[in-house]
Write a protein that binds this ligand. Structure first.
Ligand SMILES: [Zn+2]
Length: 317
């Protein structure tokens, strides 16, 4: 991929190569002259692209077909049509080879059966500034997730929603004190965090919010319910599931749903004032939080109901 990029480019310490973005002019924007196009190649020749000018994103994963958006990007980089076809064929040859590598590919294929459209991120995003980094730090969120920052119309952190490492939506967490605190572009059935799951993990921890998921590499259903499409996606991972609801009234709905699905539920007895996984990670640290979750894990319907009653009582006093 790098060989197709314009000669004038620079590389950052974190592996991004930046160059004048070719996308903007094709999307009704002005020509980028400030090297706001960025590509991050991985060693296996997969790559992802993001434009900090017009918000265009595209990515390529070895072993899979070039997506419509990746093809467009290659066209705009003046890669000849035959060459684009060759890249695609070459990629598909790797499908069978990758298959021999086992589970990773299995996970990808299971997820591939569930597809979402590629979506753009908001326009005029920029890399995180100091204020935004401080905010994430204060919430114990690792900075290795590809967060972006925007200032208009309100300052906020943009969290791309990925599925199979492609951008399929996003949420913005605003940093001023106004409401709403979040806006979301979310597709039906989407679950955040599948790309955070380790290859050989036995468990998947299902939480409500995106920050809860980011702080323990969990899966977020993004509201206090789990719809049927989300259930299919979560089941397709083939992991043992434990649901950790927010310890508030809304969270108790998630408990009922988990019981209905036959999934384990964990409602740890955290110190006062801790209401969700992210609060717990801030106060106790990631490892201690995970330990409390696994220790409080419950599969018996009766025990789950008892614990729920206890919690509701505490909430109402
Ligand atoms: Zn662009």
């Amino acid at each position: 991929m790098v060989s197709f990029l314009p000669g004038k480019r620079k590389q950052t310490a974190s592996g991004w190569i930046s160059f004048n973005a070719p996308c903007c002019v094709h999307r009704g924007d002005t020509q980028d002259r400030r090297q706001r196009g960025g590509i991050k190649p991985s060693p296996d020749s997969s790559w992802s692209y993001h434009c900090f000018n017009c918000g265009y994103t595209a990515s390529f994963v070895l072993g899979r077909n070039l997506t419509f958006k990746a093809r467009k990007l290659l066209e705009w980089l003046n890669v000849p049509a035959e060459e684009i076809e060759r890249i695609n064929l070459e990629s598909l040859k790797h499908k069978s080879i990758e298959g021999l590598l086992g589970e990773r590919q299995e996970v990808i294929q299971k997820l591939q059966a569930i597809e979402f459209e590629d979506r753009d991120l908001p326009v005029t995003t920029q890399p995180l500034n100091e204020l935004a980094e401080e905010y994430l730090h204060s919430r114990s969120i690792p900075l290795d997730y590809p967060f972006l920052y925007k200032t208009m119309p309100r300052p906020g952190i943009v969290i791309p929603f990925t599925h199979n490492n492609q951008v399929v939506g996003h949420t913005t967490r605003f940093l001023d004190d106004r409401t709403p605190r979040y806006i979301q572009d979310i597709q039906h059935g989407y679950v955040f965090g599948t790309d955070l799951q380790g290859v050989d993990w036995q468990w998947a921890i299902v939480v409500e919010g995106v920050f809860d998921a980011l702080s323990i590499n969990g899966l977020a259903v993004l509201h206090a319910e789990i719809n049927d499409a989300q259930v299919r996606l979560i089941r397709s991972l083939g992991r043992e599931i434990v649901v950790v609801p927010d310890q508030d009234e809304a969270g108790m709905k998630l408990v009922d749903r988990a019981v209905e699905l036959g999934w384990a539920v964990s409602m740890p007895e955290w110190p006062m004032g801790i209401k969700d996984v992210n609060d717990a990670v801030i106060r106790l640290g990631r490892l201690a939080t995970l330990i409390t979750i696994m220790q409080a894990r419950e599969t018996s319907k009766i025990k789950i109901e008892l614990r729920k009653k206890q919690l509701v009582k505490r909430l109402r006093t």
